[in-house]
Design a protein around this ligand. Structure first.
Ligand SMILES: Cc1cc2nc3c(=O)[nH]c(=O)nc-3n(C[C@H](O)[C@H](O)[C@H](O)COP(=O)(O)OP(=O)(O)OC[C@H]3O[C@@H](n4cnc5c(N)ncnc54)[C@H](O)[C@@H]3O)c2cc1C
Length: 505
């Protein structure tokens, strides 16, 4: 008889784990509280417009390809993936603009134009980062169940490359004299909700990854990835129960034995995988059965920033690139406020997504779905977003009008949705509204991040941004393979996707 697995949440972490385990002949059922799959990588349909809820940058698409391949499928049978050139537009407060490209020669020409004197430094950084990437990547692709995992050769070899005493900005100061050039290679910590002045120097690999392998779009939006995953799950006979909110995990002694839904139904399972936000799941599903991740422990941990979101369906098309990042004056001070003193400001960094320039499937001809994201403090603050949001929205649109070609958007808005940190917490069950999960400080990474095999219960596993290796779609792919591998190993004693010497992804 097939072993039964219950997965809580149909985000990319839950769906990828389901695909892998179904391909290994397990009986998998997913329980998702929403009416649709995808979680933060889902979509909003507003009138004639389609919006990605969260992710718009697909990096390292080879990881996603690998999830499908390991599950016996070809991702290209399900979605169309297109590299973007330029990667994005960066606009600095003094008006300088920079358009990096996946083509190194084009990027070098751009650097010579925008940041004279830095091209040689860029080449040196690219060379050094390739060396670091080759070592550090392997460290992310294995579980950290034991402190002794730090003593494995793969980690010891990478350790000097992690430059652990340096922050990301500190590292880049060794390469570039121009502050804007440094920012162009460090602002990417926004993707994990951290300030470049605080993020570990290992995160310089994000800009390396972008510049080397590019940023990709999926026709129909990145939400199509989770829809494709759900299709694979169903093709394998897996069940996805939507509008099925989980209330708790059933246990016998220290072992997970199933789940209980909000409507009282109990579902037995041999194994449980938690994909819902880690800290939310610990405090809601395990209640007083926790030893490590108690309420007090979760409270004292550091969390990423949150985001303020505007999704605007507009009866107009703007001649701006697909991805636009606009830096406010005193970006550093604002980033510190977001992550330290916790004051929101629209003039920190504003990201504008304008996918209509690449993809005609997201809105009727001549119209466009404009998505605006501002990093803001998480709900550890006592900001009353329900009260603040109309004023903050106005400030954001004023900032956009002052710094971009989008000057008149108000009069073209046909559909609109706003999400604040309070909404992330209330509607998406994201602890503290910290959408990029637990912070990615070194003291919350690897062994120090919640493990993929639950530390609270036997037969229980975690897949998603709150566990190792962290937030973002490439990390989620790794997390899902590790989780599936550990479960299979515990169940059968066999390795499926090896960890030590062999790259499995
Ligand atoms: C605004 C934003 C922009 C982002 N941009 C990017 C990007 O460009 N590129 C990138 O790679 N990453 C990006 N990310 C990060 C990425 O979206 C996340 O890392 C990823 O979606 C998290 O996936 P997950 O599977 O861990 O969790 P989720 O996607 O949150 O999935 C968890 C699921 O659990 C469900 N759930 C919660 N509680 C319950 C319950 N009680 N019962 C049943 N189900 C429940 C939720 O409804 C959800 O479907 C972005 C995130 C945000 C928010």
């Amino acid at each position: 008889m097939k072993k039964k697995i219950a997965i809580i949440g149909a985000g990319p972490g839950g769906l990828a784990s389901a695909m892998l385990l179904l391909s290994m002949d397990y009986d998998v059922a997913i329980y998702e509280k929403e009416a649709a799959v995808g979680g933060r990588t889902g979509r909003f349909l507003l009138g004639d417009y389609i919006f990605d809820i969260g992710p718009t940058f697909l990096m390292l698409p080879q990881y996603m390809e690998e999830i499908f391949r390991l599950s016996g499928k070809n991702i290209h049978d399900y979605v169309e993936i297109t590299p973007l050139d330029p990667l994005y537009k960066l606009r600095f407060a003094d008006g300088t603009e920079f358009f990096p490209s996946p083509d190194m020669n084009k990027t070098l020409a751009e650097i010579k134009r925008a940041f004279p004197g830095e091209a040689e430094n860029y080449l040196k950084l690219r060379h050094d980062e390739q060396y670091r990437f080759n070592r550090i990547e392997q460290c992310f692709k294995r579980p950290y169940d034991s402190f002794f995992d730090f003593l494995r050769p793969v980690f010891l070899e990478a350790l000097p490359q992690m430059d652990i005493h340096n922050s990301l900005q500190g590292r880049l100061e060794k390469y570039f004299t121009n502050e804007k050039m440094r920012l162009a290679m460090t602002f990417q910590t926004k993707y994990i909700g951290m300030s470049p002045w605080r993020a570990p120097s290992a995160y310089s690999l994000i800009s390396f990854i972008e510049h080397k392998w590019g940023i990709h779009h999926v026709t129909g939006g990145l939400n199509q990835l989770t829809l494709a995953m759900a299709k694979v799950v169903e093709e394998y006979g897996g069940k996805i129960h939507t509008s099925a909110k989980v209330k708790g995990i059933l246990t016998r002694g220290k072992q997970a034995t199933g789940i209980v839904l909000e409507d009282g139904r109990e579902i037995d399972a041999d194994y449980v995988i938690i994909n819902a936000d880690f800290s939310y799941a610990m405090s809601n599903f395990l209640k007083d059965r926790r030893k490590k991740y108690t309420d007090a422990d979760l409270k004292r941990r550091e969390y990423s920033c949150s985001t303020f979101m505007l999704y605007l369906g507009v009866n107009k098309q703007y001649n701006i690139p697909h991805h636009n990042l606009i830096f406010g004056e005193h970006f550093k001070a604002y980033m510190d406020e977001i992550t330290m003193t916790r004051q929101p400001s629209p003039a920190s960094l504003v990201y504008i997504h304008n996918p209509a320039v690449t993809d005609t499937t997201l809105a009727p001809k001549g119209k466009s779905p404009i998505y605006i994201l501002v990093p803001v403090p998480n709900n550890k603050t006592s900001i009353d977003w329900d009260k603040l949001k109309p004023e903050f929205r106005r400030q954001v649109l004023d900032f956009v009008a002052a710094n971009t070609e989008i000057k008149d958007i108000e009069q073209y808005i046909e559909e609109e949705k706003m999400i604040t940190p309070q909404d992330w917490q209330r509607d998406f069950n994201v602890y503290n509204g910290a959408v990029f999960n637990l912070n990615h400080d070194l003291n919350q990474m690897f062994y120090f991040r919640p493990h993929n095999r639950s530390e609270e219960l036997a037969n229980c596993y975690i897949a998603g941004g709150g566990t190792h290796p962290g937030s973002g779609l490439p990390n989620l792919c790794i997390s899902s393979v590790i989780t599936a591998e550990l479960l299979i190993r515990d169940d059968t004693g066999n390795h499926r996707w090896s960890f030590d010497n062999k790259i499995y992804l």
